[in-house]
Structures are given as C-alpha cells and as structure tokens.
Design a binder for this molecule. Structure first.
Ligand code: G3I
Length: 360
C-alpha cells in the first residue's frame, strides 16, 4: 500500500469512522517530504492527550519529521519529588517518535518555570550542583542515543530584569551563579554525547528595541559559553509571534542568524505560533493575516542555512496554550496554528509549506 493510503486506512480503521478529513489532498506532498528536500526537519509540540487520538497521530506521522513533548519532559513532569522520577508520559512520547521514524527534541532540562514545588524549597548553594546534575544525568541517560536535540537551558536571559549579564534571577542563578549553564550543558553532554545541545529562548525575532537588546544579550551569553569550551550546538529561537496590522521587518533576526552562523551553531525555530488576539473577529481575515506572518518570518529565516528545523508549538488550534495564557477579548478561540480544531489545514499550513518549497 502507498504509505499515505496505509495511514488513511489504519487511521480510519482506528477511528472507526470515515477517513478523517485531516489528511491533506492526496496530490499534496506532506510537509516532512517537502522539508527533507530543503535540508530541514519540520514538526510540532505534542501533548500526551493528543497521542491518544488516532486521527491526530496519523496526521503527525504523515506530516512531521521532528516532534517535541510540550510538557512531559519538563522537570515537574519527570522528577515530581526529590527522590521520585516519573517517565511514563516521556516514554510514551519517545516510543511514538521512534515507532514513526520521527526525530525527537527534549524540552527542557533547566528552567525557572514549571518546576516542582520541592525544587525551589530545597535548592541551596551547597546542594544545587548535585540536584541539577542528578536530574540531567537521570533524564538524559534514559533516552541516550534517541534524542535529536535537548533544550538544555530554557529562557535564561531577560534584559528587563536588569541583572548582571541580563540573566533571569532564577533559583539556578541564585544558587550557582552563571556557572549553572556550563554545569547543565556539561552534564547533558556526558549523559548523551550524541544529542545536539541547545540554548532555547523567545522574543528574538522582531525589529523592536527590546528584542534587539535580547538578541545582543543572548549572543553575548553564547560567546561566553563558547569561550569556556561549553558543549553547545544550537540556538532555539522560539518564534512566538503576535499578529497585528503591521507584518513588520526582520533585519534584527537576519543579523542574529548571520552571527549564529559565525559561531558555527545550528538554529531551530522551536515554538512557532502566531497569537491572533489583536486581530479582528472575522475568521478569514484572521487566518489570512496569521498565514502572512508565518510566510514573512519563514521566508526570512529559511534564507539562512544554519536553520535546520522548524517546529510549531502545537499542530491544531484546539490545543494551543494561547487560549489559557493569552485569550482574545472577544472570547473566541485563538487560531494560531497550521490546522484548525477539526484538523483541517488552514492558510497557515500552506504558508509554511510554500515557504519551505521556496527555500533556496
Ligand atoms: O495537567 C494539569 C491538569 O491536571 C490541571 O487540571 C490543570 C489546571 O491546573 O493544569 C494542567 O497543567 C498545565 C499544563 O500546561 C498542561 O496543560 C499547567 O497548569 C500549565 O502551567 C502548563 O502550561 C504550559 C507552560 O509551558 C508551563 O509553563 C503550557 O502548556 C506550555 O505550552 C508552555 O510552553 C512554554 C514552553 O515550555 C517554553 N516556552 C514558552 C512556552 C509557552 O509558555
């Protein structure tokens, strides 16, 4: 059976219903195949609930060549108590990726959010090094050889906090100082020498003064890590975008990506989505402007050969984090992602595909 027909038949059988309308028209090449022809991995973040939906997993298997777990590999999920690790959902995610020959990203090993309560209550200058190393060694070694790249440290830079080197004043900075980043990256490299180790952050994309300051601070951090000989292979540019009437320019991002290439680092667009809460209620207008912003960003970013992967932060509007964190004033569900709540491809899907096809 042709692969797509096999997926359609299997998902229809599983769904016990007519073939879901999730799959794009037979004539259209899936994103993962278009991307492979342009030296790119393409995919999305996925939740454990979505992995239980056959029509959803069929779509992921058809379209994606890389996936990341949205929450199930974060510290609160994997080490909920100091002396208890919990891997059932992380294992399920990794098994799904392996079963469908999809690359897996690990997200994330060290952050100041989504930590279990015991961590901040327990960490001190004396024990933080051991706490961080034990967590990273245990989690990373479990999936040794199976993870494409780890977000080792997430969102460590925030110029607005006005701390030394523009660092976020996290439990890690308070207990270990800036060395916590080197400790984390070295522990990850030791536990899985084959994984590509990534620093991941947001607000690096737009031509604003704040984001220019952040790009400069992140580049300074990456250079300090490089100078110390820290094992570091990639920058994760989260790409959480906000649609408004002005599509904007990307001069700062283009300059940043040229610097990333000079540092001989890879770049991944790790959490791409378009917040549409400032757009009018009309759905076709919202979808058009969201798709336009996807196209503008990707046309610029994909000109840089260092960009090796593009992942949206969710595949279907139904699961977007934005409805809980950044709801629209009109209470309408946000429409930030390539597929709608019924798994129909939206203009944003075609923008992503067309931008990948147009990559030099
Ligand atoms: O699973 C529990 C559920 O049992 C409970 O009933 C419910 C209400 O309290 O909470 C559920 O957990 C939520 C979890 O998402 C799963 O849905 C947490 O409260 C909520 O805080 C958590 O939010 C996640 C957030 O990171 C955590 O900070 C979002 O889904 C996730 O999309 C978001 O992702 C982050 C990236 O990791 C880093 N970059 C920014 C991005 C967006 O904030």
């Amino acid at each position: 059976l042709h692969r797509r027909s096999f997926i359609q038949l299997s998902s229809a059988a599983l769904a016990g219903a007519a073939c879901p309308r999730a799959l794009i028209a037979e004539s259209e090449t899936p994103l993962r195949e278009v991307a492979a022809q342009k030296r790119l991995l393409v995919g999305t973040a996925v939740s454990n609930a979505q992995l239980q939906r056959p029509e959803f997993t069929a779509l992921l298997a058809e379209q994606c060549s890389i996936l990341v777990s949205e929450n199930d590999m974060k510290w609160r999920a994997t080490q909920p108590e100091k002396d208890r690790f919990e891997f059932a959902r992380a294992d399920a995610f990794m098994e799904f990726a392996d079963a469908h020959q999809i690359s897996a990203r690990g997200h994330n090993l060290c952050w100041h959010e989504y930590n279990p309560d015991w961590l901040e209550a327990t960490a001190t200058k004396e024990n933080a090094d051991a706490l961080l190393k034990t967590h990273i060694q245990t989690v990373v070694a479990r999936y040794r050889g199976r993870v494409h790249s780890w977000d080792v440290v997430n969102e460590a830079i925030k110029p607005a906090d006005k701390n030394h080197h523009d660092m976020v004043n996290s439990v890690w900075l308070k207990t270990l100082g800036e060395d916590y980043l080197a400790i984390a990256f070295r522990a990850a490299a030791e536990a899985d020498p084959g994984a590509l180790l990534t620093y991941n952050d947001y607000d690096l994309e737009r031509d604003t003064n704040e984001q220019e300051k952040k790009r400069e601070a992140v580049l300074a951090l990456l250079r300090r890590l490089r100078k110390k000989g820290v094992p570091l292979h990639a920058i994760g540019i989260q790409s959480h975008l906000h649609a408004n009437s002005n599509p904007g320019t990307w001069n700062g991002l283009n300059k940043f990506l040229r610097e990333i290439e000079r540092l001989n680092l890879q770049a991944y667009l790790t959490e791409l989505d378009v917040d549409d809460r400032e757009l009018p209620s009309d759905i076709s207008e919202r979808d058009r402007l969201v798709a336009e912003l996807y196209r503008n960003l990707l046309d610029n970013a994909l000109r840089h050969n260092c960009v090796k992967a593009v992942l949206t932060w969710g595949f279907s509007d139904r699961g977007t984090w934005l409805n809980g964190f950044h709801p629209r004033k009109d209470q309408a569900p946000q429409r930030p992602l390539p597929y709608d709540a019924d798994l129909h491809p939206k203009p944003a899907f075609y923008s992503i595909r067309d931008s990948i096809v147009a990559r030099p």
